[in-house]
Structures are given as structure tokens and as C-alpha cells.
Ligand binder design. Structure first.
Ligand code: NDP
Length: 296
């Protein structure tokens, strides 16, 4: 394709592939911010609302890619990105690809290499927000990969949520994202486990949540103290709750007595026990960090 042809096929600022819950929210926020947007979705019919708001609908991935210098992929998983973009690699050459589909760090790196080999500028994004938060100023989106693409697109990326660049290694945004989600899901699992424990005495999950939520919110103030100890590497610092004191076998036993699988809390106790067995019982709770490190 000549440069003239290419320019003549660039009617919009960005093209967005994937109009699920998140992709639709991203497209809507761009339209609200007066960006011109071409949209494409595998299953027809999901473009209607966005077209009513001013988007152009592409009939094919190829048409969508050719419509803009910047292509955003918000698909399901790595496989859907490969399936969708593989056949249009030639059309993507010379354009910027922003992939906000959730992938693992190694998948992000592989996609970045795939793009680099084909002359595509690649920026990986990891969304720390639910669709309702997009465009509201809440949440956060992490990016890694092409610094040039990030710098050039920042005013557009910031339309969605505050942006944060984590370096040119394309896997880094995903790593921070998945680490954040690990903490979140373990907190959710802890709540569900507690709700199962009190269910035996007739307390509803709603009643338990009313007590658990403010307690957990207050406890998060302790994260900063744990972080200082972990970063400093000295688990003997005065004023910490010791591992001996933190022994959770009572909670494990109480769970078993109520007929509730203790797996979530037993997993934490296993980390504690390993450090106590190694002679570190008098040191702080943050020492379980050493149980988690594969090189420890
Ligand atoms: P949805 O399940 O709502 O939408 C998935 C989208 O991917 C649809 O557009 C679907 O198309 C498309 N898709 C799936 N498989 C393929 C395929 N093989 N080829 C082409 N298109 C395909 O998911 P979300 O929109 O919620 O999520 C999109 C991405 O955003 C995911 O990676 C998710 O992890 C990430 N994300 C989502 C968040 C959320 O709260 N929703 C939060 C943070 C990140 P079709 O309509 O044809 O099925």
C-alpha cells in the first residue's frame, strides 16, 4: 500500500478492537473526550450504541486497523489477540498497537517481540479498574513497552484513567497488575472463608461483611509498616508482631470444627510454620516473605 493510500484510509484517531464490557467503556470514554474512534467486535451488534454516539463501525478487523494510526486491542486473553491480529500483521506495520487485554508478563513480552519483528510499535496496558470507573478519574492503568508510544498517546490514555509507565520491558505492567490482583483475590477469599465460618452460627454474609469491611480497611494501614520491614530486610526490628504470636493454628482448628475447609488460612499458617521451624519465631510477621521467595 502506498503512503497516499494509507493516509486516505485514516479517518479516525484510534481503532478499538473488542467491545466487551471493558472495550465498550474505553470506546465510550474516548468518544466523550472528542476522539474519533473506529470500533470492531467479533460478534456483530455490539457496535450499535457506540455508533449512535459517533463511532465508525468497521466491517472487518482489517478495515478497523486501516482506519487509524493507533489500534487498541481489548479482547479476552492472549489467544484472542493472536487470533485477531495475526492475519492483519502486515496492515499493522507502521502503526501503534496498545494491547490492554489481560496477559501474563511473559505473554506480554512475546506479543511485544511479535510486534517488533513486524514493525509495529507496541504498548502493553494493564487496567486496574472496572468498566464503570473508566473516564471517571478513578482507578489506574499501568503501561510498559514502547516509551515513545506512551509519551505520544498519554493525553489519550489519560482519558480512561490516570496512567503510569513501568518501563520498556513490556511484561512489567502486567506483573504489577497481577500482583495487585493477587492481594485483592486473597482478601476476597479471606472474607468468603470467614463468612463460611460464621454461617454455622446463623450470621448472614451481609452481616459479616458489615463487620469485616471496616476492619479490613483499618488493617490496610499496617501495609506500610510491613513494606518498610521487607524493604529493609530486617525482621527483628522492635515493635513488630512476632511469628510465634501470629501462629494461626487456632483459626485453622476453629474452621475445621465448624466443618469449613481451612485452605485459605491454612496456606498462610504453612508460610508461618516454615519460618518458625527455621528458628525465626521471635521475628516479625513480615518474615513470611522469605517463605514465598523461591530463592530463600
Ligand atoms: P468481555 O467478556 O465482556 O468481552 C470480551 C471481548 O473479547 C468481547 O468483545 C469478545 O467478543 C472478545 N473476544 C473474545 N474472544 C475472542 C476471539 N477469539 N476473537 C476475537 N474477539 C474475542 O470482557 P471485558 O471486556 O470485561 O474484558 C476485556 C479485557 O479487559 C480482558 O482481558 C479483561 O481481563 C480486561 N479487564 C477487564 C476488567 C473488567 O472489570 N471487565 C478489568 C480489568 C481488565 P465477542 O463479543 O464476539 O464475544
Amino acid at each position: 500500500m502506498s503512503e497516499t493510500d494509507r493516509n486516505s484510509t485514516l479517518p479516525t484517531d484510534v481503532s478499538l478492537l473488542g467491545l466487551g464490557a471493558m472495550g465498550s467503556a474505553l470506546a465510550a470514554a474516548l468518544l466523550d473526550a472528542d476522539r474519533s474512534v473506529t470500533v470492531w467486535n467479533r460478534t456483530a451488534g455490539r457496535t450499535t450504541d457506540l455508533v449512535a454516539r459517533g463511532a465508525e463501525a468497521a466491517a472487518s478487523v482489517r478495515e478497523a486497523v486501516l482506519a487509524s494510526p493507533v489500534v487498541i486491542a481489548c479482547l479476552l486473553k492472549r489467544a484472542s489477540v493472536e487470533e485477531t491480529l495475526g492475519p492483519v500483521a502486515a496492515e499493522l506495520r507502521g502503526r501503534t498497537l496498545v494491547n490492554v487485554t489481560t496477559t501474563t508478563p511473559s505473554e506480554s513480552r512475546e506479543l511485544a517481540s511479535w510486534a517488533a519483528e513486524r514493525g509495529i510499535d507496541y504498548l502493553d496496558g494493564a487496567i486496574m479498574a472496572v468498566p464503570a470507573m473508566i473516564g471517571s478519574g478513578a482507578g489506574q492503568i499501568f503501561y510498559s513497552g514502547s516509551r515513545a508510544a506512551y509519551d505520544a498517546l498519554l493525553p489519550t490514555l489519560d482519558v480512561w484513567a490516570p496512567s503510569e509507565f513501568h518501563g520498556e520491558d513490556a511484561g512489567r505492567a502486567s506483573l504489577v497488575d497481577l500482583a495487585m490482583l493477587s492481594g485483592m483475590y486473597q482478601m476476597f477469599a479471606g472474607f468468603v472463608h470467614g463468612a463460611a465460618m460464621v454461617a454455622s452460627m446463623g450470621m448472614s454474609a451481609a452481616d459479616f461483611a458489615a463487620r469485616q469491611a471496616p476492619f479490613l480497611a483499618a488493617m490496610t494501614e499496617g501495609l506500610d509498616g510491613f513494606a518498610k520491614v521487607i524493604d529493609g530486610g530486617d525482621y527483628t526490628v522492635e515493635g513488630q508482631q512476632s511469628l510465634d504470636f501470629s501462629d494461626l493454628t487456632d483459626i485453622v482448628r476453629a474452621s475445621e470444627e465448624e466443618g469449613v475447609d481451612p485452605s485459605p488460612i491454612a496456606g498462610v499458617q504453612a508460610l508461618i510454620s516454615r519460618q518458625i521451624a527455621a528458628g525465626h519465631g521471635s521475628e516479625g510477621f513480615a518474615r513470611i516473605y522469605e517463605s514465598l521467595r523461591s530463592d530463600a
